[in-house]
Design a protein around this ligand. Structure first.
Ligand SMILES: Cc1ncc(COP(=O)(O)O)c(C=O)c1O
Length: 321
């Protein structure tokens, strides 16, 4: 059976911008480093999840859905963008989060509410089980729900990044390496399918136990090739674990902000930038090669991250000192 056509959620291509001051700060040549601005995708405050949702929601619509259900952490960018996509397409959205209401209500949660999504707090129930219960409850009420996978990551969603990889090659045919955050894996998998394993460096964010296996499985479904052993994954930026602010991530956020005026987030893109810094330091990324840092969005998560907000806000310099 042919895959369902993607639904259109944004305008393509996203910009590719040179980052000469960041390149110089890293010891690269000014023309070496580019940033792919998927943070500027127009839907729902932007980010990589939109590309995957074009495909996963395309499949849901083909199956007759009128309601989207998905799972994630309360600060999930994917959940926020599912809410935005549902609003754009006139679909109901139910987001299934762990825990109870009443915790932090900032960052992505504010946008979830703004986009009109409903939240099901799963308490201690596992997210997969809770999401299935929500789907069944919606069906009993006459709705036609479809489940969008965690992070939008399955082979269907990864097709969005297979297309993105081709989009990038049209913008920069001389590409040597794309550096990207690795969470649930669909983004890297799609890029590997389009660019080949050698040209993609994934920086593990600690979101999953076996990220390379997940990437290999999805890339394998897309290409039919076995890529596991050839994948390039850095796991030196996970630190104390998923979501925890590391020193190298905080430094990377400041560096990108102060050289290029670009805001990263503490969970994904800041870690990916810290991975790029480490890759330059150990010679993986060398001057004279064309490197693209993939900005996958996530800024809303910065405002939902108490530790990062405290750290940067308390460091605000005053004038006169
Ligand atoms: C801002 C941001 N960047 C990168 C990622 C990682 O993408 P993926 O889950 O496809 O590995 C995510 C989500 O997990 C994200 O929200």
């Amino acid at each position: 059976m042919n895959p369902a056509p993607p639904t259109s959620l944004a305008s393509w291509p996203t910009p590719l911008e040179k980052a000469p001051r960041l390149a110089a700060a890293l010891g690269l040549r000014e023309d070496d480093l580019w940033i792919k601005r998927d943070d500027l995708i127009g839907l729902g405050a932007g980010g990589n999840k939109v590309r995957k949702l074009e495909y996963t929601i395309g499949a849901a619509l083909a199956a007759g859905a009128d309601t989207l259900v998905t799972v994630g952490a309360p600060q999930s960018n994917h959940a926020r963008l599912t809410a935005a996509a549902g609003a754009r397409l006139g679909l109901d959205v139910v987001l299934v989060f762990p825990g109870c209401p009443g915790g932090s209500r900032s960052g992505n949660l504010v946008l979830d509410a703004l986009f009109g999504a409903r939240v099901h707090w799963a308490g201690d129930v596992g997210l997969t089980v809770a999401a299935q219960e929500v789907v069944e409850a919606l069906r009993r009420r006459g709705a036609r729900p479809e489940l969008i996978p965690f992070g939008g990551s399955n082979a269907v969603g990864a097709r969005g990044y297979e297309r993105a990889g081709r989009e990038l090659l049209a913008q920069v045919p001389s590409l040597d390496l794309a550096v990207v955050a690795l969470g649930s894996g669909g983004t890297m998998a799609g890029l590997v399918a389009a660019l080949g394993a050698d040209r993609v460096l994934g920086v593990d964010t600690g979101a999953m136990d076996e990220p390379a296996a997940a990437v290999a499985a999805m890339a394998g479904e897309l290409t039919g090739a076995e890529v596991h052993k050839r994948l390039r994954v850095r796991s030196d930026q996970v630190g104390a674990g998923y979501g925890r602010l590391t020193e190298s991530t905080a430094a990377a956020l400041s560096l990108a902000a102060r050289t290029e005026g670009i805001a990263l987030d503490p969970v994904y893109t800041g870690r990916a930038m810290a991975g790029l810094v480490a890759a330059v330091e150990d010679g993986t990324v060398a001057p004279g090669r064309t490197t693209v840092f993939w900005h996958t969005g996530g800024l809303a998560g910065l405002f939902g991250h108490a530790e990062a907000v405290d750290r940067f806000e308390s460091a605000l310099p005053v004038f006169p000192a």
